[in-house]
Design a binder for this molecule. Sequence first.
Ligand SMILES: [Zn+2]
Length: 132
Amino acid sequence: MFFEDLNLEGTKRLWGKQVSDLAFGEFLEKLKWQSKKRIRSVLKVDKWSPTAKCCCVCAFHNKDLTLADRSWECPECHTHLDRDENAAINILKEGVASFGLGVVRPIVLFNKIVGYSVEAFSSLLNSTRASA
Ligand SMILES: [Zn+2]
């Protein structure tokens, strides 16, 4: 995120001359930890937003979806969506995007989500392909 732009000299000026390499390392660790914590808290909050009703592939909003529907087919892009998996990918997309960390895209094969790809803008995220 933003600590990539920091350098030790600038930090010394900002925080006082007593900032040592060791302290700077600790500072970075704290920043990283804070960032992770913030991402996690975003995920928590969004758990209660209507992420389950939005198709994670084409963003179609299925207003007729009820709690009883464990899976559904998107009328727009015809992807078969597992309720929880769809919501999880939407949450991940939202969380990652809201911090400007990158873009998460579902990988769809034969109308089924087989995983997702992550295009990272920040070194906090590793660009990767992971199975959902
Ligand atoms: Zn769709």
